[in-house]
Every structure is written in C-alpha cells, then in structure tokens.
Design a protein around this ligand. Structure first.
Ligand code: 1CP
Length: 359
C-alpha cells in the first residue's frame, strides 16, 4: 500500500472521519497561475498534454503554490476524441476547435476504436511520472469527460451556447447518438481504469454540459452512460467522483449512479443537496468561482457559508462549483485554501477525549 502524507481527500471521498475539510480546485493547473503561463508560453497546449515532464510540472504547481489537498493530472477531456481521430486545435481566446465535427453515420464510422494503452499512453505516462514526483505528498486525481459532454464537443466542433447541433442529433437521429455514446462509454471506462492502474488515486467524470438536457433527456443521454462507465470500473477501490454541472433537478437519481462523490455547482445550497442525497455519497463543492474576484475578507465569509451549509460531519470535499477562471488572482485562490483549512476544523470532531467517550 502506498503511504500518503496527506490522505484527507481520499478519506472524505469515502465519508471517513477527517480533522478538517479537504480542498482542491477544479482547473487548478491553469492560466491564472503565472508559473503555468510561463510553461505554456513556450509550448502549445497539446504538446504540454503529450509531454509527461511538462504535464507533471504544471500538475504539481498548485500543490506547491496554493496548498491544495489533491493534485489533478494536467490534460483535457478532449484527448479522447483527438485519439479517436478528430483533429483538435486550441485557439487562444476561442478555446478548442474540431475542424470536422461528427454529424453523419459516415463521420461516426470513421471514429477509431481506441484503448488507453495504445492511443492515450502519454496520459498514463504523465500519471506515473507525476506520482513519482509527488512522492506521496497528496493524492492524484485522474479524469475523463462523460460520454454526453464529449458528444457535445464532437458534434458542435467547439463550445456552444445553444447546443443546436447535438440537440438536432439526439432528436432527429437518436440511434446515431446512442451509437456514438456507446462507443464513448467503452473508451471512457477503459481510459479511467488505465489511469487508476497507472497510479491515479481517484477519478472524476466531468459532465459539464449535463445541465443542457431536460430532466428526462438527462437520464437517457447522460446518466445512463455514466452508470455504465461506473459499473465497468467499480471493481477498483479508488473513489469515483461524478460532476454533472447544472443538474439539481435529479439529485436523488444521480446519487444512485454508483459514484462515491457527487460534485455540485453553486446554484444549489449544499444543505439542500445533502438533504436530497442523504448519507449515500460524499459531496464536492460548491463556492461560486466568481467569489474569488472579491476581497479576501469576503471570500472567507462566503467559504464559511459553504462549510455551514454542509454542516457538521464527514463526506464534504471543498471545491468551487466549476473551474477557476483565468483572471483570478493566485493570492485569492491561496487565501481560500488557507481559510478552508482553518475554518473547517470546527465542523469535525477533533476532540480525542470525546472520541474515546463515544467508543
Ligand atoms: O491555452 C490554454 O492553456 C488552454 C486552457 C486549458 C486548460 C488549462 C484548456 C482548454 N484545458 C485545460 C486543462 C484542463 N481541462 C484540465 C486540467 C486539470 C485541472 O487543473 O483541473 C481539466 C480537468 C480540463 C477539463 C475540461 N476541458 C473540461 C471539463 C471541466 C470544465 O471546466 O468544465 C472541459 C469542458 C474542457 C474543454 C476545454 N478545454 C480547454 C477549454 C478552454 C475548454 C472549454 C471550451 C468551451 O466550452 O468553450
């Protein structure tokens, strides 16, 4: 068994007792850090993903600079479609673009069947190297996009406000949508299992665009496939986190997906989410990422409200409700981490004598 110096995050995922609430930040390895921008200035984005030394370097930056309780491997959800043969370009200010989106049967047939060992080996190598370089300081999180969120980018070709093309596909040709979703489900499950084998201590499934679906369509096009991914990888002991952004209308059903942790965005109170989810799973979230634009005093008060909303007891992992924005001051991210480390102790039973009495 690996010896971790800080396993608070893993214990919280399993709802085990912790001395304080662990915190990490979605997109913590990214553009808000000058140290990240310095590496990025000399390398294009995909080169960084595909070079284990660079990926490991930027993965560890927020552990050193911000003091988070877990690292998340530097990569992107779009490496799966890229490995399937879609040409990906990353434009500054515009984000990722696939120049030939998937819209027809023929396009779908051209997608390669992939395995992580053959087609995404560079991510596995980045994980092994990062683990070595972290030398047990904090756990490492692996991740993948969920089948539905991957489908949105593959069909739209880029980010979208209306998701018109992928909605056209699911309403006009649901068979084709399900065919691609099945293909993606196999690829995602294999990829996450391989990340765990390479040393990831936990994995997160990002379903960023789940909330673009109606409550019913969410079950049919998103959750169904996440259930399948999780049941394929569940034999592993490593915690699984599912983050379906914008899905407060299906909290109870989502909590049954087999994940150990449900990540939630900031549009629902943690107390309400906890009430709906019950004691089944741990909860990750959910400070509004834009709160980090405010002064440290305000950040502290808002972070406290999040801790209070979850209340006492185990099973809370502090995070933002979505990724950190590129124009946030790093000092503010660091201040948040410090506040959570300090202020969350009151929400856990740290008194040894009372623990003894309870036994
Ligand atoms: O130029 C640059 O440096 C690119 C900016 C960037 C970064 C730093 C992109 C492009 N991806 C990443 C890294 C990344 N992406 C991580 C790193 C690990 C971490 O520190 O968290 C992770 C987990 C992701 C995941 C990801 N990529 C998601 C899911 C999470 C989320 O934020 O919703 C999504 C939707 C993407 C797609 C993507 N990649 C990059 C951008 C700008 C986008 C969003 C595109 C859009 O919808 O417009």
């Amino acid at each position: 068994m690996e010896q971790l110096q800080n396993d608070l995050f893993l214990r919280a995922c399993k709802k085990q007792p912790v001395e304080r609430t662990p915190i990490w930040i979605m997109r913590q390895a990214g553009r808000y850090l000058p140290e990240y921008r310095a590496v990025r200035a000399n390398n294009d984005f995909l080169t960084m993903c595909k070079t284990p030394e660079l990926a490991a370097e930027v993965t560890i930056q927020p552990v050193d600079l911000i003091g988070v309780d877990a690292a998340i491997i530097f990569s992107d959800i779009l490496v799966i479609p890229e490995a399937m043969g879609m040409h990906l370009e990353m434009f500054d200010g515009k984000g990722p673009v696939f120049d030939h989106p998937i819209r027809t049967e023929k396009d779908a047939e051209n997608l390669k069947q992939i395995t992580a060992q053959e087609n995404l080996k560079y991510v596995l190598d980045a994980i092994s190297l990062t683990k070595k370089e972290l030398s047990g300081r904090v756990p490492l999180i692996g991740f993948s996009g969920a089948p539905w969120t991957l489908l949105t980018y593959m069909v739209e070709g880029h980010g979208s406000k209306t998701f018109s093309n992928v909605k056209k596909l699911i309403y006009n040709n649901p068979e084709l949508a399900h065919k691609i979703l099945n293909k993606l489900t196999n690829a995602v499950a294999d990829y996450l299992s391989a990340q765990i084998e390479a040393g990831a201590n936990a994995v997160q499934i990002f379903d960023t665009w789940a909330g673009m679906l109606s409550p019913r369509d969410y079950l049919v096009f998103a959750l169904k496939y996440v259930n399948q991914v999780i049941s394929k990888i569940k034999r592993n002991d490593e915690p699984i986190i599912y983050f379906p952004k914008g899905v407060h209308y299906r909290m109870r059903t989502t909590a049954d997906c087999g994940a150990d942790v449900i990540g939630i965005d900031w549009t629902i109170d943690l107390a309400k989410a906890r009430d709906k989810i019950g004691n089944k799973v741990a909860i990750q979230g959910n400070l509004d990422p834009t709160v980090l634009y405010a002064e440290p005093g305000f950040i502290r008060r808002e972070a406290k409200k999040v801790l209070q909303s979850y209340g006492e007891g185990n099973g809370h992992i502090f995070n933002l409700g979505h990724g950190i924005l590129p124009d946030i001051k790093p000092e503010h991210a660091k201040a948040l981490v410090d506040f959570v480390k300090e202020d969350s102790q009151a929400f856990h039973d740290n008194d040894v004598s009372t623990k003894v009495i309870k036994i």
